[in-house]
Design a binder for this molecule. Structure first.
Ligand code: ATP
Ligand code: ZN
Ligand code: MG
Length: 496
């Protein structure tokens, strides 16, 4: 990498008088940065500006500019009573090479990016000291590399490796349960996009699934319930990385600017006169969003432990949240009750030493296996896939490393989608160990131990969809293990 800039130190008054001093100083300054690959290649005085040209092959040139501030300030202060008031870069060019040639245009904020072959030339102008000190430059270089890597990654399938597969189960039907439930009046398309109204028949099945998850998986393994809020402040998602990856899937929450009746008078007047929602007035009355609706429960659970030290006796922490409803803007991907914009998930979260989590993962898998094999009698499989935190961050994963940190997907065959071999199976839940990444960003400490964490997403709509797609809507066809939890659907409401 080569970096070159013209920068300037703005002095408290004209520096003309200090020309000789600067001339003397430059060789010393150069010596102090030469081992870092940087060099002052030129300088000039322009009234109260000391302009300086730096070229560097190792240290970023702007870092040299920041470093030289202090020795220059000292020398000019002592003799000439000149102080440095401002440091900035006027013109900055960075050239670096990529691993692969880009497949399309790459652009990023703050810079002009030109790429010839594998060589990138990134030019920036007029950068403040704050900009230089905040590590933006390195992040911009990383972003260019990431965008090029993504161009190559695009279209490639996510990593998927079969870990285990159940025996085939006899096929009972091949209908889409959502369509059939609609016909029977068990379901109604929700009042807004991607939502459902579950009448008692389906609600009872989802509740039975919840009961099974609690009684057969979480309680035997010592998980305890926590209750969190539905609203997630944006700075939490800044930490977890969600805002870098899925800002287009979040439902944002806006607070009213005030709750005073008189401030909303224009709004209520319009409602009274037009009997319509005066949408245009929202701009005036609502704040920009500062939070969003729960996407998954774990970020707030980590937040609740932020900056705390966990007593050794509490490890491994095992908690779950089942009340916050997950919202995701799925757009074109919506289908049936299995891919919706609002869904009900139970999310267990675990924090402990690496070995505690590896053991817990085995025990969780064993309990899940018991549920899907013995109670629901599903045809299902487990696969090692791109870890959710990598796919959400657009990072490439090709199965490298030991299978310790990462995500296991649990998938069920959906007969209505086609045969076992060629149709897409439904991911009805997953289980991850995420290593130290969230522990670090939320600064969670162990009394003695080094902590890791992980979570599992139990999607109740997906459990239900998978079960009904294989076992039909007729309780006669349901396995005995499940019938012990729910032997018949409630009577529901009869529509005329
Ligand atoms: P997908 O790849 O199917 O979009 P995901 O990787 O986005 O799933 P996660 O964020 O890992 O899902 O969430 C974990 C669990 O939450 C999933 O296994 C599933 O049970 C449930 N889930 C996720 N998205 C939806 C959705 N749109 N509708 C219903 N359940 C969902
Ligand atoms: Zn999670
Ligand atoms: Mg998704």
């Amino acid at each position: 990498m080569k970096t070159e800039l013209w920068g300037s130190y703005k002095l408290s008054s004209s520096a003309e008088c200090a020309k000789k001093e600067i001339e003397k100083l430059v060789p010393d300054l150069n010596q102090s940065i030469s081992s870092l690959g940087a060099e002052i290649k030129g300088w000039k005085i322009d009234k109260n500006l000391l302009r300086i040209r730096i070229i560097s092959t190792r240290l970023r040139a702007h870092e040299a500019l920041l470093r030289l501030r202090s020795p220059i300030g000292k020398a000019l202060g002592k003799e000439y009573h000149l102080g440095i008031r401002e440091t900035r870069v006027d013109d900055y060019t960075l050239t670096f090479s990529l691993e692969k040639e880009p497949l399309g245009v790459v652009s990023i904020p703050f810079a002009n990016v030109q790429i010839k072959g594998k060589e990138v030339r990134m030019s920036l102008k007029q950068l403040s000291r704050e900009f230089l000190e905040k590590n933006y430059i390195d992040r911009m270089i990383k972003l260019v590399r990431e965008k090029v890597a993504k161009q190559h990654y695009k279209g490639k399938k996510e990593y998927w490796e079969l870990m285990w597969q159940s025996k085939q189960k006899s096929e009972r039907w091949n209908k889409d349960p959502t369509e059939e439930m609609l016909k029977l009046g068990w379901l109604k398309q929700g009042p807004t996009k991607g939502k459902w109204f579950f009448y008692p028949q389906v609600a009872s099945i989802m509740s039975a699934m919840e009961k099974i998850a609690l009684e057969e998986v979480l309680e035997p393994l010592g998980f305890e319930e926590v209750i969190e809020s539905h609203h997630v402040p944006l700075d939490i998602w800044l930490k977890t990385g969600h805002l870098k990856s899925i800002p287009g899937e979040i439902y944002y929450v806006s607070e009213p600017l005030t709750r005073k009746e008189q401030d909303w008078e224009d709004f209520t007047d319009m409602v009274k006169i037009t009997h319509k929602v005066p949408e245009e007035l929202f701009k005036k009355h609502l704040d920009t969003p500062k939070s969003g609706v729960c996407y998954a429960q774990c970020p707030i659970i980590y937040w609740s432990l932020q900056n705390r030290t966990i007593a050794e006796e509490s490890l491994p922490i095992r908690v779950f949240e089942k009340r916050a409803v997950s919202n995701r803007y799925e757009s074109g991907g919506r289908h049936g009750i299995e891919r919706v914009d609002e869904f009900h998930r139970i999310e267990p979260v675990y924090i402990g030493t690496k070995s505690q989590l590896l053991e817990l993962r085995e025990r969780l898998i064993e309990r899940y296996r018991h549920v899907f094999e013995d109670l629901l009698e599903l045809e299902w499989r487990r696969a090692w896939v791109t870890p959710f935190y990598m796919s959400q961050a657009g990072e490439v994963y090709e199965g490298e490393g030991e299978k310790v940190e990462g995500t296991i997907d649990f998938e069920a065959w959906m007969p209505y989608r086609g045969d076992r071999e060629n149709s897409e199976w439904l991911e009805f839940q997953n289980l991850s160990i995420v290593g130290e990444r969230y522990i670090k960003v939320f600064n969670i400490k162990g009394q003695k131990s080094r902590l890791w964490s992980g979570c599992s997403g139990i999607g109740l709509e997906r459990w239900t969809a998978a079960f009904l797609a294989q076992k039909t809507l007729d309780p006669e066809n349901w396995p005995e293990g499940f019938k012990e939890c729910l032997s018949k659907a409630p009577r529901g409401i009869k529509f005329l």
